[in-house]
Design a protein around this ligand. Structure first.
Ligand SMILES: Nc1ncnc2c1ncn2[C@@H]1O[C@H](COP(=O)(O)OP(=O)(O)OP(=O)(O)O)[C@@H](O)[C@H]1O
Length: 656
């Protein structure tokens, strides 16, 4: 059954983490189980349908939110933080305790000074030298306690924050890797990179220093305020009076900077997306001379980002001097009023000195708090996005009671199979009935956009059929255990992607535990052994190092060797469209033939030589199989394939 697409995004069935694709890192894929259930199944947020537009990554670009929406997003962010704090909560608690005691000790120093002046000094004057010893020892003790505990909590904060970030980094990586193909089609790699880099960096800044500075600053202020009240409650009233405009100022800043920061995150992500797209598509950019226009677009995005940053930093530029002015005014008020009271004998000099010290210090952390409030804003915006990303759910999941298939013959059957990419989108495959007996090599041809890729993607289970069924050896692929599907059905993609590492590692991608002899045997089988041995370090050559760079044809052979080693019953091959030179073409063709062996194969064929070796050709048009037969039969029929064949022969010449 089709799931209703969420968030207006295409795709009833996003590709699940179980991708029978050799280009997926199987090592990382096996760690899937460590992703917390809460994240994998998106149970972070209440299921209120009013917030559907904000779920997952959907509301990512929404800047203005109403109160309820903000609450929803905050709740999700908080839940993520709470989840990340699992395992470090005790440490967090001890850190909080240390922060509290350290700040209390620090805030006590003005009190000790008042005590020294008003109690110790008169005794010293009377000749009792011990009058200063007690306050002096107390001062040193307070300073030592504050110093040692500050060292301890700074260290512990770093440990806690790095542990939380470690967990988060892994979860973002696993999550994005497991999300389905259509998610990645929409949510470009630039955005994913932005989440994994700049957003996590914002969080790091906050967790590493921001939170402890924020908390210790607030505590220091509270304890200092208490000490002021203890010293002289009337002066405390002045503080209360100063707090009123500070609260208003704080609210103003909070509102404005929240919006401004969300905006900067969006513009920075757009800039990164553009950068990543340009770099990943650098061949197309250079081939079509798009450098200037891409640069112009980048400048525009970078300018937007700069303007957004200036705007948000400008808010801080207003807040900081305003806080400073309020702080200084309060100190002046305490000084003038206190001075008069000292003259009237209402206040002792020591208390006034301590009050001035404390009042000056009580506002000091505000500066820092405001600065870290920036980091907090930035981190909040980042957290909102990261928590949204983690909330995304894979749409193709394993059946709760899966059927197992230890061995597979490789018999495939589409029955009345229908598919559309989204509920409101057009039907892309129409009521398809297609039986592929075990061991048959089927070439799929057709115009561009005919539905060839869609057909094979269903078999690879990138998507599920929206009506009808698709079976492997009589078992509906939706019921089939994912691991079994993964083992029996494999796809060799066009790009023949090579990961950093050696040739051996690349061949053994689907079976990292395979012994070297089997790796070599697989390479021999597809005809890759000879060129591998010519590489500087043979199978141990690093594909990213000089001398290890492979041609398109060689990369294809490596991906064939990968598939051969994995030994699936059903092979899906999306043949590369790029033309190879004749010797490479022949090499690849021979490799392919050896790879096919007796397996069932569904090949999107772009080469006449491939179609020629197929047992059967399917011509797909507008989501329907319009011709079906052996190559010879179809040529004789004089239909689409016959024309295609003639055209191929005319341009390339038949290899036969
Ligand atoms: N992710 C997607 N979301 C929505 N529509 C899609 C998606 N992918 C493909 N389509 C549409 O489905 C139809 C079939 O596309 P498909 O990629 O299967 O064609 P194809 O025959 O493989 O084409 P080509 O030879 O150009 O690769 C096309 O109309 C295409 O626009």
């Amino acid at each position: 059954m089709a799931e209703t697409p969420r968030n207006g995004r295409r795709g009833p069935a996003r590709r699940n983490e179980q991708v029978p694709d050799f280009d997926v890192d199987p090592v990382a894929a096996t760690t899937r189980t460590s992703v917390p259930e809460a994240i994998r199944h998106g149970s972070f947020s209440p299921s209120d349908p009013r917030f559907d537009h904000l779920r997952g990554t959907a509301g990512e670009e929404q800047i203005d939110m109403d109160k309820e929406e903000r609450k929803f997003i905050r709740r999700r962010s908080w839940k993520l933080l709470v989840h990340l704090s699992r395992g470090v909560r005790l440490k967090l608690l001890i850190t909080a305790l240390f922060v509290m005691v350290a700040q209390a000790a620090q805030a006590a120093t003005p009190l000790i000074i008042a005590w020294a002046i008003d109690w110790g000094l008169p005794r010293m004057i009377d000749g009792q030298t011990s009058g200063m010893i007690l306050p002096g020892v107390s001062y040193v003790a307070a300073a030592v306690i504050a110093g040692v505990l500050t060292w301890a909590y700074t260290r512990m904060t770093a440990e806690v924050s790095q542990q939380m970030l470690f967990t988060l980094r892994g979860e973002v990586f696993r999550k994005t890797q497991h999300l389905s193909l259509d998610f990645h089609e929409d949510y470009t790699s630039g955005k994913v990179i932005s989440r994994q880099t700049s957003d996590l960096e914002s969080l790091r800044e906050l967790l590493d220093q921001g939170i402890s500075s924020l908390v210790s600053g607030l505590m220091f202020m509270s304890f200092t305020a208490i000490s002021i009240v203890i010293l002289d409650w009337r002066s405390g009233l002045l503080l209360v009076a100063a707090a009123v405009p500070i609260v208003f100022l704080g609210r103003w800043y909070q509102r404005r900077s929240e919006v401004a920061y969300r905006q900067t995150r969006i513009s920075s992500a757009r800039m990164i997306v553009h950068f990543v797209e340009t770099m990943t598509g650098i061949r197309a950019v250079q081939a079509f001379r798009r450098e200037t226009s891409r640069s112009r677009q980048y400048d525009r995005l970078a300018r937007n980002y700069r303007n957004d940053m200036v705007r948000s930093l400008g808010l801080f530029g207003i807040l900081q001097p305003a806080l400073l002015a309020l702080g200084n005014l309060t100190v002046a008020a305490v000084l003038v009023w206190g001075g008069f009271r000292v003259l009237q004998g209402d206040l002792e000099v020591g208390v006034l000195v301590a009050l001035l010290l404390a009042t000056k210090r009580v506002f000091q952390p505000l500066d820092m708090i405001a600065m870290f409030y920036n980091a907090l804003q930035s981190a909040t915006a980042a957290l909102e996005k990261v928590s949204g990303l983690l909330e995304e759910k894979p749409t193709i999941t394993e059946d709760p009671e899966p059927e197992h298939l230890d061995e597979s013959r490789g018999e495939v059957e589409f029955s009345q199979a229908e598919f559309r990419y989204s509920a409101e989108g057009p039907v892309v495959l129409h009521e398809m009935d297609l039986h592929i007996p075990a061991g048959q090599t089927v070439a799929v041809v057709g115009r561009t956009g005919a539905g060839k890729s869609t057909l094979v993607k269903l078999l690879a289970r990138f998507y599920d059929v929206t009506a009808g069924s698709l079976t492997l050896d009589g078992v509906d692929v939706r019921k089939l255990a994912v691991a079994d599907h993964h083992r029996h059905v494999a796809m060799v993609t066009q790009e023949a992607f090579l990961f950093s590492g050696t040739i051996t590692e690349n061949i053994a991608l689907g079976r990292p535990e395979a012994p070297q002899e089997e790796v070599v045997a697989a390479a021999r089988a597809v005809g890759a052994h000879a060129f591998i041995m010519d590489l500087p370090e043979g199978y141990e050559t690093d594909v990213n190092k000089r001398g290890g760079r492979l041609s398109a044809g060689q990369r294809q052979l490596i991906s064939f060797a990968r598939a051969f080693l994995a030994d699936p019953a059903v092979l899906i091959l999306d043949e590369a469209t790029s033309s190879l030179d004749l010797p490479s073409e022949q090499l690849v063709q021979q490799g392919l033939q050896r790879l096919l062996g007796h397996r069932t194969a569904l090949i999107i064929a772009h080469r006449l030589s491939t179609v020629a070796i197929a047992d059967r050709v399917l011509v797909v048009d507008e989501g329907r199989v319009v011709e079906d037969g052996s190559p010879a039969e179809l040529i004789a029929d004089g239909g689409y394939y016959a024309k295609l064949h003639a055209a191929w022969e005319a341009t390339m010449g038949s290899p036969n």
